[in-house]
Design a protein around this ligand. Structure first.
Ligand code: ATP
Length: 902
């Protein structure tokens, strides 16, 4: 406490002087560079990470691997050097592979973390700029506004209605009203340091300017960093299920291996050899690498998503994305371009047209198609004056706008009229989506104070008593109100987003401390309608969603008619689709909402608080919901949604932190790309699970059947381990990056409760696994019965058949159907992986120094033909069985239809 408490009773000037900073210019680049060197990055150093060596050593901690190593060492001591060395070498190779996978997973995860790193708005060399929060230094002047996470410990030097939620630090969830005044008190607890802001807490209302006093580990948050759970829960439900499945598989593999060993011994095999073969089989058959490969596949998928402009913050959501059945999206900026242009104004009973488009302030005002001088139209001029002053955006040369595009459009309209005058601002009551309005108190050049207010027309009218109409200020009668609302409706039907404007002069005795009192008895001056064209690519994205069985819903604070007009343009309204407003929502019980929600396409005039109800109602109706949001108040709905989506550009820090997915470009179609990617990642995970498990089944069965039939060992331990290495390794990884099947978005969403083995995968594992085992054994048996004295030859044939059968089967895994459903060359990494695995096998068969190690011999043409036929047979026969099995296809469609859709 001592550290920050010392700034509490200092005047702002003293704090600035202490940090050698002039708040009206900020630090310059040189200052920042020097201070950054002294203070280090403004980051909380995370707890101990596992070292590289630790990760490598972990690879050997598996129980079966340890037994295998001990057994091999013993055989080494007993004189079987070559076998021992070869086995240990393979185990080490396996560990290196596991290590590489884990490191890759770790790297991709930390790259993800960096991507969603917070930023700050800082004043340097006289200019406001956005910077990485990590680059802040003591003495930096920063700007804080609603929704921002405070990036360092700061002394507030100017606050405007500023409330901060500090529960992360103090446990107190009631927001603290911050001040810029000095606090004189002998001992000030953290929660009472009201002129301070602390790293990691969030501004939930108002604005502030502050000087950074502590950064990184010196902040209050830094001091207790070790107490805070910073790591996100990164394990996905699938990973958890796989971990459970892994345990079952270990049990099954151990039992089967034990059976192999016992049967072998009963048939007179050497007990020690059987034991070693058994342990090798167990090591090979237990899919211990599965979780790591799943993580790599997820992480690599996440990298692909980044390329498609979606940042995944929480890994589990990758899986959930594939199950999404509803996407609820904000309108402004996500479905539309957020490139607002004021095109129509209604004021004083007249309709004006404003020409020009975009933020370039070029255009003129027309009334009855005649150009007019705005200065000659009192009410219109007043409207633009309110618009220009009740505004926090700034307009730069070249038509660039900083700030809210709605406000930018208003500035541009004012500039087109030649009105650029800004009055001295005395107070601001900020805009928020629940209030749907914003007000300022300004003082003009003659010292008169005015309240200027803009906001949703219906809301604003309810706070007006008068209207500027036909050149006079007259009472706002019901008749006039209806006329204005009719005008508003008509503008909205043309997809215009409308704002109303009002003002009043403050009496000299009036105080400015009561917000609601200020926004009363206003004089209405008119409406401004702006176009916000839909984004070009969204129409197609919505169509894709509908094809993919995903319902799209618009949730907007905007007027119902505007929302409907845009929804129509985007093809969002389904045939029986309904539109309802926030008010209708208020009149409905949760049960009523749940029973109707599947028919609603547009929610208009809603507040962020409604969003939470909407998410829950969809969930109760059995949907998996993706929900977008950008403001502080959206955070609860984003958190409650199955996939919370925040906006990369317009989103507040608070919404981003609550979200599991961030759209870099704020674009609706990016959500659709992410869903598509989510579906294909899940498909790929299923593909390599079916590959690995069927391969393992094949390995166990060839040994098991051989022992049952009283044959010699068809494979020696080193061969078993080798098969495991070449199959677990590259081909499985390459399946993880398999391109999506074209029909990914032509099928209905996956049921989130569906088993990983559903939709034909379990069947595939069993049929292919059995056939691989049987065919490899057949190849062994044929060769062995022809030349029983040449066991090594028969073992080499079995070894080659098993490897090739798996390398062929890997192409079968790429589609739910048979091997013929996809072009085998469309996954180049897989083709390369298969070629290199085959080349390695041929290497150990033909390179003489390796032959004794791997118990191989060079095969002749006849044997190769046998290997070729028996390794192709499993997928051919299985494909044939699949074709003759209509029941399977019926089940597939039925399963899909059961997925919940609207
Ligand atoms: P969406 O919810 O789809 O993003 P929206 O921008 O219309 O759409 P909100 O931001 O919640 O939703 O705004 C609600 C209403 O408040 C708007 O329809 C508009 O009438 C009014 N409004 C929007 N921005 C401002 C602002 N900067 N100042 C005053 N009023 C505003």
């Amino acid at each position: 406490m001592a550290n920050t408490a010392r700034w509490v009773d200092w005047e702002a000037e003293k704090v600035a002087a202490h940090f050698r900073v002039n708040p009206s210019t900020g630090l310059d680049d040189e200052d920042v560079r020097i201070r950054a060197k002294q203070a280090g990055p403004n980051q909380i150093v995370e707890g101990q990470k596992k070292s590289m060596v630790g990760i490598f050593v972990d690879q050997f901690k598996d129980f079966m691997v340890l037994i295998l190593m001990v057994a091999t060492l013993i055989s080494g001591i007993l004189g079987e050097y070559t076998d021992a060395i070869a086995i240990i070498a393979i185990v080490i190779l396996n560990a290196i592979l596991g290590f590489a996978q884990e490191i890759k997973a770790e790297r991709s995860l930390s790259a993800l973390k960096k991507l969603s790193a917070p930023t700050a708005k800082v004043f340097r060399s006289g200019k406001w700029e956005r910077c990485d929060a990590a680059s802040l230094v003591p003495g930096d002047v920063i700007y804080l506004e609603s929704g921002m996470r405070i990036p360092a410990d700061v002394r507030l030097i100017q606050t405007e209605n500023c409330y901060v939620e500090e529960s992360a630090l103090t446990g107190e969830s009631v927001p603290v009203n911050k001040t810029d005044e000095v606090i004189i008190q002998s001992h000030v607890a953290l929660g009472d340091q009201k002129n301070m802001g602390f790293m990691g807490t969030s501004v939930i209302q108002g604005t502030a300017v502050a000087i950074v006093v502590q950064t990184g580990m010196a902040t209050e948050m830094g001091k207790i960093a070790h107490l805070i759970e910073t790591t996100e829960q990164m394990e996905t439900p699938l990973q958890r299920r796989l971990a459970q499945l892994g345990k079952v598989l270990i049990g099954v593999s151990l039992i089967l291996t034990a059976l192999v060993v016992v049967t072998g011994i009963l048939h007179g095999h050497d007990a020690y050899k059987m034991f070693l073969a058994g342990v090798s089989l167990a090591v090979a058959a237990i899919p211990e690498g599965l979780p790591a490969i799943v993580t790599v596949a997820l992480a690599m998928g996440v990298q692909r998503m980044i390329r498609r402009r979606a940042i995944v913050r929480k890994l589990p959501s990758v899986e959930t994305l594939g199950c999404a059945t509803v996407v609820c999206s904000d309108k402004t900026g996500t479905l539309t371009q957020n490139k607002m242009t004021v095109t129509h104004i209604w004021s004083d009973g007249h309709r004006y047209e404003v020409t020009g488009s975009g933020f370039e302030p070029k255009g003129s005002f027309l009334c009855d198609q005649q150009a007019i001088q705005v200065q000659n139209h009192f009410s219109l001029a007043r409207l633009l004056e309110v618009a220009g002053n009740c505004n926090n955006a700034s307009l730069h040369a070249g038509g660039r706008v900083d700030g809210d595009p709605t406000e930018g459009a208003l500035l541009v309209a004012a500039a087109k009229a030649g009105l650029k005058q800004k009055y001295q601002r005395m107070k601001e009551i900020p805009f928020d989506s629940t209030r749907k309005r914003m007000s300022v108190v300004v003082e003009n050049n003659e010292g008169k104070r005015y309240v200027y207010c803009k906001g949703a027309p219906d809301i604003l009218l309810s706070r007006c008593t008068h209207v500027s109409y036909k050149g006079k200020i007259t009472p706002l009668t019901t008749n006039l109100k209806e006329q204005i609302m009719a005008e508003n409706e008509q503008m909205a039907e043309n997809a215009l987003r409308n704002l109303g404007f009002a003002y009043r002069e403050l009496e000299s005795y009036e105080k400015m401390d009561r917000d609601t009192a200020l926004e009363r008895k206003l004089i209405f001056v008119g409406l401004a309608g702006m176009i916000d064209p839909p984004r070009d690519e969204v129409r197609e994205a919505i169509q894709t969603c509908h094809q993919a069985g995903i319902k799209t819903v618009m949730i907007t604070g905007d007027h119902q008619t505007t929302a409907l007009a845009i929804a129509k343009q985007l093809g969002m309204l389904q045939s029986k689709g309904k539109t309802i407003t926030g008010r209708d929502l208020d009149d409905m019980t949760d049960e009523e909402l749940t029973s109707h929600i599947s028919q609603i396409d547009v929610f208009a005039r809603v507040t962020p608080e409604h969003k939470l109800r909407i998410v829950k109602a969809f969930q109760h109706a059995g949907h998996v919901v993706a929900m977008t949001g950008d403001g502080v108040n959206d955070a609860p709905a984003i958190k409650a949604a199955d996939i919370g989506v925040a906006m990369g550009i317009a989103g507040t820090d608070v919404s981003k932190e609550a979200a599991s997915l961030i759209l870099v470009d704020d674009n609706f179609s990016t959500i659709v790309s992410a869903i598509e990617e989510g579906r294909s990642i899940y498909d790929n995970i299923r593909k390599f699970i079916s590959y690995l498990l069927a391969s393992n089944v094949g390995e166990i069965l060839i040994m098991f059947f051989a022992m049952l039939a009283g044959l010699p060992l068809p494979l020696v331990p080193i061969q078993i381990l080798w098969v495991n290495l070449v199959t677990d390794g590259l081909p499985a990884m390459a399946l993880g990056v398999d391109p999506a099947e074209e029909k990914t978005m032509n099928r209905l969403p996956r049921n989130s409760k569906e088993s990983i083995f559903a939709r034909g995968i379990g069947w595939k594992i069993v049929t292919r696994g059995i056939l691989i085992g049987v065919c490899s054994l057949a190849a062994f048996w044929i060769t062995y019965s022809e030349a029983p004295h040449d066991l090594v030859r028969a073992q080499t044939v079995a070894f080659a058949t098993l490897v090739f059968a798996q390398l062929i089967y890997v192409f079968d895994c790429r589609s739910v159907g048979t091997i013929f459903h996809r072009n085998p060359f469309s996954n180049v990494p897989l083709v390369l992986a298969v070629i290199s695995s085959a080349a390695l096998l041929i290497g150990v068969m033909y390179y003489e120094p390796l032959q004794p190690l791997f118990h191989t011999v060079a095969l002749g043409v006849r044997e190769w033909i046998l290997v070729g036929v028996t390794s192709f047979l499993p997928v051919l026969v299985a494909g044939l069985i699949d074709q003759l099995r209509p029941k399977n296809r019926i089940q597939l469609t039925k399963q899909n239809k059961e997925a919940p859709i609207s």
